[in-house]
Every structure is written in structure tokens, then in C-alpha cells.
Design a binder for this molecule. Structure first.
Ligand SMILES: [Zn+2]
Length: 1065
């Protein structure tokens, strides 16, 4: 749902994917909280585990959308067999087999079929992975920036022939055990993937998706197009006309973020990639319903589809399901007309200057961005070259020690990298590198520095340790096959599609072992310079297709855009007769009525769902043995991890002085990126890369249910091959004890990178900032977290930037004080996940590590009871869309924790808030969250055109619940959907990690069982009772909005001084 690239292009905004709102993943509302750029092969963790607090629920839910490991193959009902006779069966079902291969990298048998009648291609991948994945992908190159592919992606999920309700997608969100359910729009294709571990559920999902893409209602019903795309809204002929539409507002949010705007103009291509498949808010209103329908007719056709199946289900069943749909079509020429034509390389460099909306405060002269982009080739690259380029990318930019990254950041010319890295998911690969936070007179210097550094790297090559570190990191991550919380089959599908969609070999991207071996051998024989220097020369230095983009801040742009939009709308209104205006008001009302009318029970029944009897009665228990090594508590999780050891060492922050709290994130970064007496940070980093799979350090805070004392810890997380466990613990020790806080210049960089990262977050995920702010008013853990990751942190970073020069001594000794306060055997906990034998064999290294820790008598605990003053706040940022929140503590109003609260809050989010805030309000998202540890119940909206109106919707939630009449089916669905959240699929390391967090928060397995039973027995009465709890949020809750000046002023005028106003950017 958020604009993020799911797989390989995480560093480059130009391949933007547009995700639908995806509540389940949303629970782990985690975000890369520091300015650190998370790169795809980065061993240093995903960053998403930072500040997990808000995402953590009593039950594992999506608690850890974080590091993950190899599959444990404990459960496998069906083995991936070769299926005798399947050839005939495939023939009978209308398919011919084009190719079959065993892919050892993913231990799968893959068969490529062709549907004879339509030419539709199907990859059928069989293995013993229970997390089954299906996806249908169409090639959808747009010709303009009206956003057709994106609006269509939203719209096809709004009802279909067999499932004629408003939004089957939402019904699936409510009542399925899916482990993945979403859709994405790429610049040239649209993907519809689903996943589930439950076979019945999986095929339900597949059928709804197939029916949706081939037979959607939206091509006959203009209302869907208006709702998801755009329409004129006029409530009364005397009022002003405005634009509404989910995609319209989603894209306004995208176009408010400077990094995204930059990404959008990088390519300047003459082909498909020169326009925006997501839609430019200025162009979206040019789209007509006819063009929209025609696009579907042309491209959403089996002849233009590629379909993927993956997992342990029956391969014949796959073809059966497909043939029912595909046989209904004849062949079409879509596959030819959707071909993406490559862009010819430019004969010389080009330069583009663009503007982005900036706040009026601060020194705008220092807010320029500059980025250099190369289109690498006219033809797609072979896998060997692509792999070498990926490697080169990691060497140049992958870690803080990588030379191109390091030199740019240390130059002091800018505050953070933008859009940097190789992008190879599209037809033609691209390389970009740039800086933001650059002074207007330094832009030229940045360009020169980039070029001279690349020149130097081509001339001098990389040092051996760096090459070894990158090699180990890449190999480790391939072996670990870390897909985090997303299914492995999905990640494979997206890799395969990257070639397949251009009519190339879909098998090739799955097979990396041979090319990797070849590359290693070449490096060993010829030396790394002979391998990488020619790549830099050919693809970058001697490549004429270089586009330089400079982005200038423009404090007027946001309001100019708004005025421009108003003018257009005024003209539209002036051109209409009274009759037409009356008609528009009537149409507006009609659309609203339709949106607010619930689906009939009959319509709802047609969406297939599971029965309560399909649901396991017990939660998943993680094997946990609590023991002790040298007086320190050690948790061991005996799980198959493919020879990888995952470990966490936890230290208590309980005796840290309040004032030092905002320094903690920078303290953590310093540990990993500052170096020791004997080793520069580059050497330390390379050593970690060479010996381990990565080490991360981050703070974790949460309220603890039934306790006044928050849980506040520093977690050191590491992983390595079991055979390298000694190195891992030695390196963890080195990081904790030997790193010296003496490098002022590096620290200064950390500060400005963090500030840049936080500001980006404020613009792009303002709902997180608003939520943190409200939490900080409501409880101590929230206050702590906000100090390290909220608006208070941004403010702190601003002052700190000045202070580094004036009082570095003071800061350095504060960092030392944090270390002294944390580092102690007392209160330390070690968590380990691996198979039993490996756990035993690594014990001695843990013992040695623990013995080296200082033994400190538990010093006086500091009481953490700070809060921000309770008040309604509006945080001003330059934006076209708002983030609106309201929250209150329902425990203090007398609510007693019950598992039904999960079901009810999910239901509120999926019905009341979805319908009012998103569907009729036009926001991209609206949801609620109940933190059962603290008792805080919060409402939040995302990219929202409204402000007070949204607050009124929140306030109406109690009445909604009281008036609710849910039938048995709806209730069952809600219960199953909740269990789906609770039982979310986890790889072994995530299981071990969740278990640790539960231990820290005193959540026992007995309690999880009780909550589960409460979930399963949720009744309508619980909904009605919950209304009172929600009323207390209405009456005593606090509102925080991150919004535009205009909207805040208007709100404060309407409700006299409702908000205290704070300026942030
Ligand atoms: Zn979207």
C-alpha cells in the first residue's frame, strides 16, 4: 500500500509500485526510522524492526515484519512430486507443456505451460512450501500520465461477475487466512498476487482474483471509476466543486514528497517509462471512462497474461481452475500491442531542473537535490552482467563503508543520499546516485565529486576486504533467502516476472548459483579490478546517456498547485448551467448513497470463506527453553534454520537519564559506524560483512499490560553461519565495548542523515508521527518512543546539529554515559534461534561474551513517567493531503482487556472507517489500532483530503457499533480474519524473535490461549459493549493532525482554536 518497492528496487523510487491499502501488513506500522538507506542486499537488517512497539500485539500477529530466515519444513502434507500422467491431464485441460526444470536454488520443480487457445503462459512451481502463492500479471504500458493502470488496479477489485459486491477485496481482507493479499502497479505491468497456507482458503482467493481481473464490474459501472479514479464533487449547487477519488488523493500524497518527485522525472524516457503509470494529479482528471474501459478490454486478456503458481498444492488442480477461466476467451493480439519498446540511449548528457513543494521555514538555499542517472543499455543485460552490476552496486553503495556512499556523505555537501543504486526490474537497467540537502552553490560540486569518485573507483578498484565482505553478504543473503514477512514464493515470482514480462526466460532469474560461481571464479582469477573497472567504464563513465536532475525547493509550489486546481474547478463550474450543476449535486449524492449502502447479505454470501472449524484452536507455540549461562537468562528456540544462528542480546534502559533518551538512536548508529582504537569504521564494517550475516542495534519500548513500568530495552541483533558463531559474539562484544565515540565528523553526518530521514517520514508517513505524538501524551512508553522517533526527535536533531560544533566533548561523554548505563550483565537477556545441536555448540561463545560484560549492581532505576501535555495538536507541513489521528486510553475508562477487542477493531477498520474515511471521504486509508499493552485505542487516516470531517467520523464509531447488526456469517468472517492476523506466517527467526518480545512483555502462552478463545467466541454483545470504550476516545481522547496550513487554519476557524499549531518543516 505504501509506495515502496517490494523487492530489488528498494533504493530507487523510479520503479514505483502502487500497493492497495493492506491492513494486515499495516499492523506492523514499522518504518525505517533512521535516515539509513536500506538496501536490498544490506546485511545490516531491514530496519523495519526498529521501534516495533506500535506494531506489537499481545498475540504474535504481524509482530515482526522483520528479519527472517529459512523455511522450517516441519509441516508438509504433500510432497512436491513429479506427477505421472499430468502431461495428459494438462493436454486435456487445454495446456501444452513448454518446458520443465528442477531448480535447486529453491528446491522446486518448475513447469512452464502454454494455454493453447489463448497463448496465456503459466509457471507452475511445486515444492514443499506450505505458504502457497498465486499471481496473475498483465503487461500494461500506459501512454499518458492519467494513471489508467493504477486506477484499473484499484477498480477491478471492486466487484466482479461471480462476486457482485462493492469490494470483494475487502471481504477477503475481513475473513481470510491470507498471508499476502494485494495488487501492485509497476510502470509497465500490473500484478495481482495472493498467498495462504490453507489450501481451501488459497483457492478461494485465487478464484476471487481471477474473476476480478477478467470479469470486473468496473467496466460497466462508472461509479467505481469515479470513486477509485476521480470525479467532481458538488454537495450543493451554491458550493465549490472539488476533485475526489482514492487514486487522485493517493497520488497527491506521492507528489508531495520531494524524493518521489525526483524519482518520477529521472528517466525522461521517450517510451512507456516517460509517463507515470500511477497518475499525475494534474493529468488524472483528463481520464475518461471510455479510455479506461478500452484499456481493460485490450490488456486484461489471457493472451496478455502471465500466471504464477507456487507451493505444495496439487499442480493439476491449478490448471483445472485456470482452464475454467481461460477457455472462455479467444486469442487476442494484446501480447504484441503491449510490448514495451526500448528507449534509444541519448547521444549526450542532459540536464533537467525541477521544483518541489517546500515549507517556508528554514534555509531553503540548503534544500536542493541533485541526482545523476544513467540508462545502462539499450538491450536487456544477461544474467552474468546483471549479477556483476548488482555486486558492483553493493560494493559502491551497499554499506556505510562503501566508498561512493562514504565519500559523498563525508563530503559535507549534502545530508543524505537520494535514489541511489542499480535498478534492474524494468526493461532497461538504470543506475542513479545523488544527494539531497545540498546548498544551491554546491550542486556543481556534488556532480563533480560523483564523477571523480567513479573515475577513481574505476582506476584503483576496491580493496580485497571490501570485495570479500560484499561477497559474503550477498552469499549469506541468498542462502538465507530472507523475504521477511512476505512469502518466498512471491519474491521468486517477482524475480521471474522481471524477465518473463519481456518475453525472456522466466527460469533464468531463479537460478543464480552457476553465474555466482562463475563470477567468484573470475574475481579469484583475474582480480576484482579486472571484473568491475570495465563495468564502471562502459556503463557509467563512457555512457552518453546521463541525465542530471536538480530539484529546487519552492515554498510557493504547494499553494500554487492548490490555486491552479481551484481555478480549473472554478472554470468548470462557471461553464456549467444551473441544470448541470443541479445534476452534478444529484450525481454526487447518488454516488455517496451507493457508497454508503451496505452490500446485501446475499451478495456477501457469494464470497467464499472458511468455517470456524477450519481454524486451529490453539495458537502456534514456539519451542522455548529458558535457561541460564553464567548467571544470565538465556532463551533457546530449537528450530531448523539451515545452519544459521540468530541471536539477540537485550540490555535494559531502565537506569538511563531522561535527557539522554533522544541520543539513543544515534548511540546505536555510532556503535556500528564509528570504529575502535584499532579499526576504522570501514574495517569494522567489512569485518562484520566478512564474518557474519549482519549486526543491528536499536531501542525497543512498549507498555506492559498491567504494569506502570514500561519495557525499555536496547536490542543487539545478529546472525551468522553456525560455524562463525564465535566471530559473531566477538564482533558483538567489540561493537558494544570497544567502539570509541570520538569521530565528530561522522557523528555530524549521522545527525543530518537522521534529520533528513525523519523529515521524509513526516511527509510520507505523517500518520506514524501523529500516532507517536498521541501515544506520548497518553503513556510513558509512548513518550520514550516519541523522544527517539517522533516530532520531539526531529526538534532535538535540529538543536543537536548546532551543538555538535559547540560542545562535541559533552555529546561524546553523553554517548559514553549511555554505554555505561546500559552495559551490564544484570538485566541482560540472550535469545537464540537455531537447531538444538547448534544451540549447544555455541553456548561456550555466549558464556565468554557474557563474562566480558561489566557486572554492575543494579543502580537506582529511573522512573519513566513523563508525558507530553494532553492537547489537540496540528503539525504544519507543506502537503496536499493530511494525516488525521485521534486516540485515547480505553483502560482508564474502565475497559477490561478481552480478545474480542481484536475482532472489533479489525471490523471497525474494515467497515466503518474504510467506507467513510476512504470510500466516501476520498482518503487513501483510514484505520484504527488497539495497543493492548497500553490500552491506547487510536484512529488514523492516511493521505486524507479532510480534517475535521474525519474526526467526526471517528467520533461516530460508538454509534456505529451500537447500531450494528451483524449476522453469523459476518461475525465468523471477522473472527477468521482476526485469527489470520494472529497466526500470520513467520519464518523461524521471526518466531524466535516474537517469542523474545512476548517474554519481555510478560505475555505467556496461557494468556495467548485465553485471548484466542475470546477471539473465537466473540459475539455481537461484545461489539455493543465496546461502543462505550470507543465513546471514551470521543469524549476524552486527543487529536493530532499532520496537515497543510490552509486546512489547519480552516479547521481552527470552524471550531475556534481547536488545534494548537506546531510548525515542523
Ligand atoms: Zn493505489
Amino acid at each position: 500500500m505504501l509506495l515502496r518497492s517490494l523487492t530489488r528496487s528498494s533504493s530507487n523510487a523510479s520503479t514505483s509500485l502502487f500497493f492497495r491499502l493492506f491492513p494486515r501488513s499495516y499492523f506492523s506500522r514499522s518504518s525505517p526510522a533512521t535516515g539509513r538507506n536500506i538496501r536490498r542486499l544490506s546485511a545490516a537488517g531491514t530496519g523495519s524492526e526498529l521501534f516495533l512497539r506500535r506494531g506489537l500485539r499481545l498475540l504474535p500477529a504481524a509482530a515482526s515484519g522483520c528479519l527472517s530466515g529459512q523455511f522450517s519444513r516441519a509441516v508438509s502434507t504433500q510432497t512436491a512430486t513429479s506427477y505421472p500422467g499430468s502431461q495428459d491431464e494438462a493436454e486435456k485441460l487445454g495446456f501444452e507443456k513448454s518446458r520443465e526444470e528442477f531448480i535447486s536454488e529453491c528446491k522446486s520443480k518448475a513447469v512452464l505451460f502454454r494455454h493453447k487457445k489463448t497463448g496465456c503462459e503459466v509457471m507452475s512451481v511445486s515444492n514443499d512450501d506450505e505458504n502457497k502463492v498465486f499471481g496473475v500479471v498483465f503487461r500494461t504500458p500506459p501512454k499518458d500520465s492519467t494513471g489508467i493502470p493504477h486506477i484499473l488496479e484499484h477498480s477491478v477489485l471492486c466487484g466482479s461477475r461471480k462476486y457482485p459486491l462493492k469490494e470483494p477485496f475487502v471481504e477477503l481482507l475481513k475473513g481470510s487466512l491470507y498471508t499476502f493479499l494485494n495488487a501492485f502497479t509497476y510502470p509497465d505491468r500490473t500484478c495481482y498476487p495472493v498467498a495462504s497456507t490453507n489450501t481451501k482458503d488459497f483457492y478461494n482467493l485465487v478464484d476471487v482474483y481471477l474473476d476480478a481481473v477478467f470479469f470486473p464490474k468496473c467496466v460497466d459501472d462508472v461509479h467505481t471509476f469515479q470513486q477509485e479514479g476521480w470525479h467532481y464533487e458538488l454537495n450543493h449547487p451554491s458550493e465549490d466543486i472539488s476533485y475526489k477519488g482514492v487514486v487522485f488523493n493517493e497520488m497527491k500524497g506521492v507528489y508531495s514528497q520531494p524524493d518521489n518527485i525526483l524519482g518520477r522525472i529521472t528517466q525522461q524516457a521517450k517510451n512507456t517509462y516517460g509517463v507515470d503509470s500511477g497518475g499525475d494529479p494534474k493529468d488524472i482528471p483528463k481520464l475518461t471512462f471510455d479510455k479506461f474501459k478500452e484499456f481493460h478490454r485490450q490488456y486484461y486478456h489471457p493472451s496478455n497474461a502471465r500466471i504464477w503458481f507456487y507451493g505444495d498444492d496439487d499442480p493439476v488442480q491449478r490448471l483445472k481452475v485456470l482452464s475454467e477461466y481461460l477457455d472462455m476467451f479467444d486469442a487476442s493480439p494484446a501480447r504484441d500491442s503491449s510490448k514495451v519498446e526500448p528507449q534509444k540511449l541519448f547521444s549526450g548528457p542532459r540536464r533537467i531542473v525541477g521544483k518541489y513543494p517546500a515549507g517556508g521555514d528554514g534555509d531553503l538555499k540548503k534544500k536542493h537535490m541533485v541526482c545523476l542517472n544513467w540508462l545502462l543499455s539499450e538491450k536487456p543485460l544477461d544474467l552474468q552482467t546483471q549479477l556483476a552490476l548488482g555486486f558492483l552496486d553493493h560494493l559502491m553503495l551497499g554499506t556505510p563503508a562503501s566508498p561512493l556512499r562514504k565519500i559523498l556523505l563525508e563530503s559535507g555537501l549534502g545530508e543524505a543520499l537520494v535514489n541511489s543504486g542499480v535498478e534492474d526490474e524494468l526493461l532497461q537497467p538504470q543506475f542513479s546516485v545523488g544527494l539531497k540537502g545540498v546548498s544551491d552553490d554546491k550542486v556543481q560540486k556534488v556532480e563533480e565529486l560523483i564523477m571523480s569518485t567513479l573515475r577513481k573507483l574505476a582506476d584503483e578498484g576496491f580493496d580485497t576486504d571490501a570485495v570479500e565482505a560484499s561477497m559474503n553478504t550477498i552469499e549469506f543473503s541468498m542462502r538465507e533467502n530472507n523475504t521477511g514477512s512476505s512469502p518466498r514464493g512471491l519474491s521468486l515470482m517477482l524475480q521471474s516476472i522481471g524477465k518473463w514480462i519481456y518475453d525472456m526466460d522466466p527460469f533464468e532469474p531463479l537460478k543464480y548459483e552457476e553465474p555466482l560461481k562463475t563470477l567468484k571464479a573470475r574475481i579469484a582469477e583475474e582480480g576484482s579490478k579486472a571484473v568491475f573497472s570495465p563495468l564502471i567504464e562502459k556503463f557509467i563513465l563512457n555512457n552518453p546517456h546521463c541525465v542530471t536532475i536538480e530539484m529546487q525547493p519552492d515554498p510557493e509550489k504547494a499553494s500554487q498547485d492548490e490555486v491552479e486546481e481551484k481555478n480549473i474547478l472554478q472554470k468548470v463550474k462557471a461553464s456549467m448551467t444551473d441544470e448541470e450543476l443541479a445534476e452534478l449535486a444529484r450525481a454526487t449524492e447518488e454516488l455517496r448513497l451507493k457508497q454508503e449502502t451496505p452490500d446485501s447479505p446475499e451478495a456477501l454470501k457469494c464470497v467464499p470463506s472458511l468455517n470456524l472449524s477450519d481454524i486451529p484452536k490453539e495458537p502456534t507455540f514456539v519451542p522455548t527453553e529458558v535457561g541460564d549461562i553464567n548467571g544470565v537468562k538465556v532463551l533457546r528456540h530449537d528450530l531448523f534454520t539451515n545452519d544459521i544462528l540468530y541471536t539477540e542480546v537485550v540490555f535494559d534502559m531502565g537506569s538511563l537519564r531522561h535527557e539522554l533518551l533522544p541520543l539513543v538512536p544515534l548511540f546505536c548508529q555510532s556503535l556500528l559506524e564509528m570504529g575502535t582504537q584499532d579499526m576504522s569504521f570501514v574495517q569494522l564494517n567489512q569485518l562484520i560483512g566478512r564474518k557474519t550475516g549482519g549486526i543491528t542495534v536499536y531501542p525497543f519500548t512498549s507498555s506492559v499490560w498491567g504494569s506502570d513500568v514500561p519495557c525499555s530495552k536496547i536490542i543487539v541483533r545478529g546472525k551468522s553461519m553456525v560455524g562463525r558463531a564465535e566471530d559473531l559474539f566477538n564482533l558483538m562484544n567489540c561493537v558494544l565495548q570497544e567502539v570509541r565515540f570520538t569521530d565528530k565528523q561522522r557523528f555530524k553526518q549521522f545527525v543530518s542523515q537522521s534529520r533528513a530521514g525523519m523529515e521524509n517520514r513526516l511527509r510520507g508517513s505523517g500518520q506514524g508521527i501523529a500516532a507517536a505524538r498521541m501515544d506520548a501524551m497518553l503513556n510513558a512508553a509512548g513518550w520514550m518512543s516519541e523522544q527517539m522517533n517522533g516530532l520531539s526527535y526531529i526538534e532535538f536533531l535540529h538543536t543537536l546539529e548546532q551543538k555538535v560544533d559547540q560542545d562535541w566533548e559533552g555529546i561524546s561523554s553523553s554517548l559514553e554515559e549511555i554505554r555505561t548505563s546500559l552495559l551490564s550483565k544484570n538485566g541482560c537477556i540472550v535469545n537464540m534461534t537455531a537447531d538444538g545441536k547448534s544451540l549447544t555448540s555455541t553456548e561456550k561463545f555466549v558464556g565468554k561474551f557474557l563474562d566480558s560484560l561489566p557486572e554492575k549492581p543494579s543502580s537506582g532505576q529511573v522512573t519513566w513517567d513523563a508525558r507530553l501535555p494532553l492537547r489537540n495538536e496540528a503539525i504544519v507541513i507543506p502537503t496536499q493531503v493530511n494525516y488525521v489521528g485521534k486516540a485515547g486510553n480505553i483502560y482508564s475508562s474502565g475497559y477490561k482487556l478481552d480478545g474480542s477487542s481484536y475482532v472489533i477493531s479489525k471490523h471497525i477498520g474494515n467497515t466503518w472507517l474504510w467506507d467513510r474515511v476512504r470510500v466516501s471521504g476520498g482518503a487513501y486509508g483510514g484505520f484504527c489500532d488497539f495497543d493492548s499493552h497500553s490500552g491506547v485505542f487510536s484512529f488514523l487516516s492516511y493521505r486524507d483530503p479532510n480534517l475535521l470531517k474525519t474526526l467526526d467520523i471517528y467520533d461516530g464509531t460508538g454509534d456505529f457499533l451500537r447500531g450494528l447488526d451483524v449476522d453469523e456469517d459476518t461475525l465468523t468472517k471477522a473472527v477468521i480474519g482476526t485469527i489470520g492476523d494472529v497466526d500470520s506466517y513467520q519464518l523461524p527467526d521471526a518466531k524466535g524473535y516474537s517469542s523474545l518480545l512476548r517474554h519481555l512483555l510478560n505475555v505467556t502462552d496461557e494468556e495467548r490461549q485465553i485471548r484466542r478463545e475470546e477471539i473465537l467466541s466473540t459475539s455481537l454483545k461484545d461489539f455493543k459493549e465496546f461502543a462505550e470504550a470507543v465513546d471514551s476516545v470521543r469524549d476524552k481522547g486527543v487529536a493530532v493532525a499532520v496537515a497543510s496550513q490552509e486546512d489547519i487554519d480552516a479547521a481552527n476557524k470552524e471550531r475556534s482554536d481547536f488545534f494548537e499549531v506546531k510548525k515542523a518543516l
